[in-house]
Design a binder for this molecule. Sequence first.
Ligand code: MN
Length: 482
Amino acid sequence: MTKNLIKQILDNPEHSVKDQALIKKAYDFAAKAHAGQKRKSGDDFIVHPISVAHYLSQIKMDAATIAAALLHDVLEDTYVTQQALKKEFSDEICFLVEGVSQLKKLKHLSRKELEHEQNQRLRKMFLAMAQDIRVVLIKLADRRHNLQTLEFLNQTIKKRKAFETIHIYSPVAARLGMGELKGELEDLAFPHAFPGEYKELMGKVKEKYREREKYLTRVKNTMEKRLRKNGIVPIDIHSRAKHYYSLYKKMIQENLDAQNVYDLVAIRIILENTDQCYETMGIIHKLWRPVPGYVKDFIALPKSNGYQSLHTTVFCERGKIVEFQIRTPDMHHHAENGVAAHWAYSEAGKPEGSVVADHKELNWINKLREWQSRSPNEFVESLKIDYLSERIFVFTPKGDVKDLPAGSTPIDFAYQVHSEIGDRIASAKVDGKIVPIRQELKTGQVVEIITSKNASPSRDWLKFTKTAEAKRKIRAFSRMTG
Ligand code: MN
């Protein structure tokens, strides 16, 4: 099996002869270093780094990332020293391997310590992202494979890894726009983090599975016929149950029960260009009545992680509720692979017919698109400088990440947590110390807001806020009170 996977990695036609030589060298080096080591599953240890590298090659990462993935455990788990690695590999590769090892230093912790540690680790992740995003991508791929082989570990470790994944790794994947990986990580963690809830949900969902498949096939056929009549030949129509963990969260948040599970299934239509996307949405709305409030144009207004697509939820055949996601192949690729997709493009050049949103409020991933034309090194540099100088990551005392524009203050933070907290902010603690609420926040800080019933926003605050949300709420409040 290992031979097969490594062959698939090497056979990627996008790799140059030099790339292949590098990957082969990293593989030989890692295989030698890990020789004789076994995984808990009984497999040879080398299966693990190969699987991690294989995933990264599938999402089209560059050869340096793949080589570093093959080497990612040698410093931590073998006798190989930093010096020995440096002798054989470039600074770039060593930097990536060391970066992953840094993120790895785990300790066994009590539950309470774990909460604290979670903040630390999230911070580490985001700071690593600042240095080189590829370090984090390797780490995510590492976690993915460890979860796939979690069954061989004991109960306590399983649970801890599952929680860590849901609280740390999946938010990071989401932040990077890697929707597919995020869903995958959560689904792998779900049964271990919440076994009871998982069982219950699976019971409900599986029952309906066949019925739902039949129904969706019918809807797809109707859809396709109607599109063809209008001269549109879709590149692909596929339906797919949403990821189980996100389905579980949605059911809890919106207080749904399994009866409504239909709207938790999306039909995706992939079309040649943006015009066809809009046209198709019109055709769907002529066929079936849209549910008010569920028509979303993420093409004109991409999500903050760069996601683009048209969404609509309709009362479909027999009155059932179905969501449609309409997008071009380029948008689809981005939706699945996020920042990794940008990497691939930065190397290979933009695909033909790619849609670059020209909306003014381009978020950071869209900015990355502009940088595609630059060399990979420049790309990483600009990621460090431009992106991180424009956004900051701060944390709630519970370890949730808030992503704010640079220059944001505790006032912005408070409004991002909840508008009522913003309206009632009295003072703020940063890393445990009281600070003025107009003080600028910095990446990595833990922010705690202290509220008071007697506090209220002042128009003055507009000068000390960066987010549109905070400004809007402050204005609304001062209008209300005259
Ligand atoms: Mn590993």
